[in-house]
Design a protein around this ligand. Structure first.
Ligand SMILES: [Zn+2]
Length: 291
């Protein structure tokens, strides 16, 4: 993810550059641990961002300066499931400003690399767990005598790497592709009204160019909200591109479905009332009964 990036309730990898100096189950200090040591671009101290809206639920009082965060809601995981996520980060040089209960919005800085505790270079020791923080010390000692977070999971199963630069080819990471809602029958249009409206190759991705004003383009559907907008999937110059949906900038014109004409034939039924009366004809009384 990038600083400030928001894909609501979707778990994003918390650094702009993904590089791993020690992987899961590493012999150095990750025996039996699904922790990864992340180093960003390498060398210096880089920031980590909140992968989703989360709360600081625990802080270390020893030398490693570990912090434990929990997602505020269940979020979408890279493996397609939805659940709460708890994670620890270790080695930031100074955590004196942090208070348990502190809230972080997705995309805000939550931590940074460092060398506090047992560390040979600037990095973040990153260990991720399924579910909510259960209270108490968030780690347990495993059979290899290594401290691991309770209910640990592989970080690739949780975090999407949208807009993260992958520096070390390690593990299989997923990119979040937003769901496009609406049928693709190709008959819906979008009227472009704004004079300056960027289009992009991906929803909220890099700007590619400007759409012409006062035109109608094919409208294929819209995504979930990303970065504060829903994104219209449209066809422009024979390519599928995206622009932000906003009533001032554009207007979606959905096809009018033809209403089937239903003809109701008027049916008149003769109602025959039962009859029982006596009539007089030619001086004779006759009783007429019709049932
Ligand atoms: Zn580590």
């Amino acid at each position: 993810m990038k600083r400030g990036q928001v894909i609501k309730d979707v778990a994003l990898f918390p650094m702009e550059v993904l590089a791993i100096s020690q992987g899961m189950y590493g012999n150095f200090s990750h025996k039996g641990s699904m922790a990864i040591d992340i180093i960003g671009s390498g060398g210096g101290i880089e920031d980590a961002y909140a992968p989703f809206d989360c709360t600081l639920v625990w802080r270390d009082s020893l030398s490693g300066n570990g912090l434990c965060f929990q997602s505020d809601r269940a979020v979408l995981w890279a493996n397609g499931t939805t659940d709460f996520v708890t994670f620890v980060m270790w080695h930031m040089n100074n955590i004196s400003a942090y208070r348990v209960g502190q809230k972080f919005k997705q995309g805000e800085k939550i931590y940074e690399e460092g060398m506090a505790g047992r560390a040979t270079g600037n990095h973040i020791h990153f260990n991720v767990a399924k579910g909510k923080y259960g209270g108490g010390y968030p780690l347990v000692r495993n059979s290899s005598n290594v401290w691991v977070i309770k209910n640990q999971v592989e970080p690739m199963s949780v975090f999407f790497v949208n807009d993260t630069v992958l520096r070390t080819p390690m593990y299989q990471w997923e990119i979040y592709v937003p769901k496009v809602e609406f049928n693709r029958d190709g008959t819906a249009k979008i009227k472009i009204k704004a004079n300056v409206l960027n289009y992009r190759k991906t929803p909220n991705g890099e700007r590619v160019g400007l759409l012409p004003s006062n035109v109608e383009l094919s409208y294929l559907g819209k995504t979930n909200e990303i970065g504060g907008y829903e994104w219209a999937e449209i066809v422009y110059e024979n390519e599928i591109v995206y622009c932000a949906l906003n009533q001032e900038w554009n207007e979606v014109v959905l096809p009018v479905k033809e209403v089937e004409k239903i003809v109701i034939k008027e049916v008149v039924k003769e109602v025959v009332k039962p009859l029982d009366e006596t009539i007089e004809k030619n001086g004779m009384k006759v009783r007429v009964v019709i049932t």
